[in-house]
Every structure is written in C-alpha cells, then in structure tokens.
Design a protein around this ligand. Structure first.
Ligand code: GAL
Length: 415
C-alpha cells in the first residue's frame, strides 16, 4: 500500500517538474576523476529526466579541500549553491551558521528513518531535522593491489604492517614501486589513519574521536609514526603533490603494486574496464580486517530563494535515496549503497566484502568514522592533525617522539 502511494507521489512530482515547476539546481562537488564523474553524471541525468536544469559546480581536488574553500567564499557572498557535498561533523558546522534547509517532508515521504542505518541518518540531521541526503558509504581502510606485480616480485599480500615492509622490499628489488601514493595532506592522512587503525578500534577511537591525550602521546602512537615514516622508502621519487587517481593508475598500469585508499579507487579500476579479482585485488589495509573506517558522502541542501529552485532541490534529495540511483551511482563510484536491503547481484566481490564488513563491524563496535575524510572530528581539529602528519612525512629530521608531541599540542590548541 505504502509502495503504491509512494509511486504515485513520485509520478506527481515528475509531472509537476515537466509542467512548469522545473527548476535549477546548482551542485557543488569535487567528483572530477573518471570514476567520480561517471557517478555524479547518474544524478545529473536523473535530474534532467525529471525536467530540471543541472548547473555543475565542480571544484577539482581529491578530499575536497579546495571545494570547501570555494563554498565558504560563495556562502559569505550570500550566494550559496542549492546543494554541496558536505560530510560528517561539517554538516553541523553549516547548520550552526544557519545556511541549511529542512528536508523532513521529503525524508518522511520516502521513509528515510526506516531505510537508512542509524549511523547514516544521524549524520544527515541537524538539530533533529534532515538537512542532507546521503549518496553512499565508502570504506576507507582498503588496500588495492596488482596481482601481476606481486607475482613477478615473488611477494605475498601482507596482512600486517610488519609483513608489508618485508613484501615491499621484495617488490622494490624487482624494480616496481611498492606503494602508489600522492603526497597531499589528505592522502598522507588516509595512509596514516590506516596504520593507526591496525592498533585496534579502541586505540583509533581514543586517538581520533575522543582525542585522549594519553593515547595521542602513547608508545603505540610513536610506533604508528615510525611505521608511517618507513613508507617513505616505498613510494617513488615523483610522489609529491600527485593526485590520488594518478596513483591508482600506477597500480592499474602495473608500475606499482599497492595503493592504500578508500574504495573510490575502485571507481577508477571500473572506469578503466578492470575486473575485481582478476585484474586487481582488494584486501583490508594490513592489520585492519575486522574494522571498517566509514566515509559517508552526502549532499547538504542550502536555503535557496524561488519556488522552482526549492522544488528542484527537494526532487534532488528524493532521487538520491531511490534504489535505482543508489545502485547505479555506487556501481560507478566504488562505494556501497547507503540504503539498507538493496539487491547485491550487480556488485562485485570487493563491494560484497564491504557490505558484509559494514554489518559485521557495526555489530562488534569496529565501525569507526574516518578522520582523514572529515567524519570523526570538526574541520579545525582535522586541519591540525593533517598539518602534523604531512609535515612529519616530508621532514626527514623530525622524530616520531617529536611528532607525537606536536600532534597532542596541535589538537589541544584547535579544540
Ligand atoms: C573523499 C570523498 C570521496 C572521494 C575522495 C577523492 O573525501 O568522500 O567521495 O571522492 O574524496 O576525491
């Protein structure tokens, strides 16, 4: 009965769109790589099919730092876009500033409270009201590998960071780059948090959610920095400043063995026509098989003037949670649907493994928010961690003990 009612309202909305209520949505995002662009195009096409106009506001730059800078200047000028890719605690920051619009009517009609896992729906709300629509769930603690490079190097897939170092040496000796990496602060932080997670979810939570000083200054944290610095030995000389998708292409082309990156990397393999389990393999980052670092992408909706624009914005929010969009978008993006109980048959083995791990880790308490991707702490604390992590990676003379001290101080100062 509910399904029929919902179907009718969807038809009514699209008729409304094609009979004069068509409006424009301007959408800010940073999805410009091959896989990312294929994914966002799905949404663009659905909006155009519903009779609306899509104004693309893409600001290139993985991790979204540049996009957020541009968004701030547009908002300060009093001219924010209809929707922007804003995630996690940052949604609260924009809510506090009074920029976001209430989506409760769309959410109620489409039963978001019922179809979304709690960890997702909570993040989409400000002050108890929906203000953002989630497009996906990314797993961040992944290791992408080229099996041919491993075979030629006589190396095995590592399951701990100690073993990673042993295998990476073999790969290097065979003439390949062991670790495809781009030296940008958010990519450094992605690698760093994967190493930290291998100390256990409790350690990770204490350090990056509760920001406990004892944990930040602990021996384990010194050890995390030690391992992180050792990775310098395994990147190629051109790593500095490289975009993440160029690093992925090094694994795709067989120049490099491994990339530690969230599953948007899978979007690049897919866009290049590569098949999971054949051309490339996916494993949890070493020592993190029980855990799942989540990164939920969402479009937060800004207050806009004009009935047409508002109607288009609500249509955008509604379409995002529809099963068809959730499937097609996530097949291209490399992530898993945010909606519960979706059919799994079109997804590959890496996505199945992410789906299983998402459920298992939520039951065991090993589902943790990604610090590197803005899910764990606000943007001030995140920026403070990024600075220490990236400076340490690039400064050969800084010791791990110094880094730990700087980390604890920087976090305190930013709180
Ligand atoms: C993440 C974002 C992903 C992916 C990645 C690289 O922060 O959540 O969707 O696009 O950046 O750009």
């Amino acid at each position: 009965m509910k399904k029929i009612a919902f179907g009718l309202s969807a038809v009514a909305l699209s008729i409304a769109a094609s009979t004069g209520h068509a409006g424009e949505v301007e959408v800010l995002h940073w999805w410009t790589s091959g896989g990312e662009a294929a994914a966002i195009n799905v949404l663009k096409e659905e909006m155009v099919d519903a009779g609306h106009t899509w104004k693309d506001f893409a600001v290139a730059g993985g991790g979204g730092e540049s996009a957020m800078t541009v968004l701030k200047s547009r908002a300060i000028a009093g001219n924010p876009p209809s929707a922007a890719q804003i995630k996690g605690p940052t949604i609260q920051e924009w809510g506090d500033l009074g920029f976001l619009t209430n989506l409760d009517d769309v959410a109620k009609a489409s039963q978001w409270d019922q179809v979304l896992p709690r960890v997702v729906s909570d993040t989409m709300k400000y002050d108890g009201h929906y203000v953002a629509a989630p497009v996906n769930v990314h797993r961040v603690n992944w290791m992408w590998a080229n099996p041919e490079v491993f075979r030629k190097s006589g190396a095995s897939i590592p399951t701990s960071w100690e073993q990673f170092i042993v295998e990476a040496k073999k790969i290097k000796a065979a003439g390949f780059t062991p670790l495809a990496h781009g030296g940008q602060a958010w990519q450094d932080a992605t690698l760093f948090e994967a190493i930290a997670l291998s100390k256990g979810s409790k350690f990770y939570r204490d350090a990056f959610i509760d920001l406990t000083e004892d944990t930040l200054r602990s021996k384990d944290m010194v050890n995390v920095f030690d391992t992180f610095k050792q990775m310098r030995e395994f990147v190629d000389p051109g790593f500095s400043g490289r975009d993440w998708n160029i690093a992925t292409s090094m694994v795709i082309n067989g120049d490099a063995a491994i990339q530690i990156m969230g599953d948007w990397a899978k979007g690049e393999f897919t866009a290049a026509g590569k098949k999971a389990g054949i051309d490339y393999v996916c494993f949890p980052a070493p020592g993190t098989s029980d855990a799942f670092t989540f990164n939920i992408d969402s479009l937060a909706m800004f207050q806009v003037d004009g009935k047409e624009k508002q109607a288009a914005q609500k249509d955008l929010a509604r379409l995002i949670l529809e099963p068809k969009f959730q499937e097609t978008f996530n097949l291209n993006k490399g992530s898993i649907p945010t909606r519960l109980n979706m059919p799994r048959d079109k997804f590959d083995t890496c996505a199945h493994s992410a789906m299983d791990s998402f459920l298992a880790s939520s039951a065991t308490g090993n589902l943790v928010p990604s610090m590197a991707h803005g899910m764990a702490v606000n943007s001030m604390v995140q920026g403070a961690i990024f600075d220490v992590v990236t400076n340490f990676f690039n400064d050969e003379s800084m010791t791990s003990e110094e880094a730990v001290d700087k980390l604890a101080r920087a976090i305190k100062a930013s709180m």
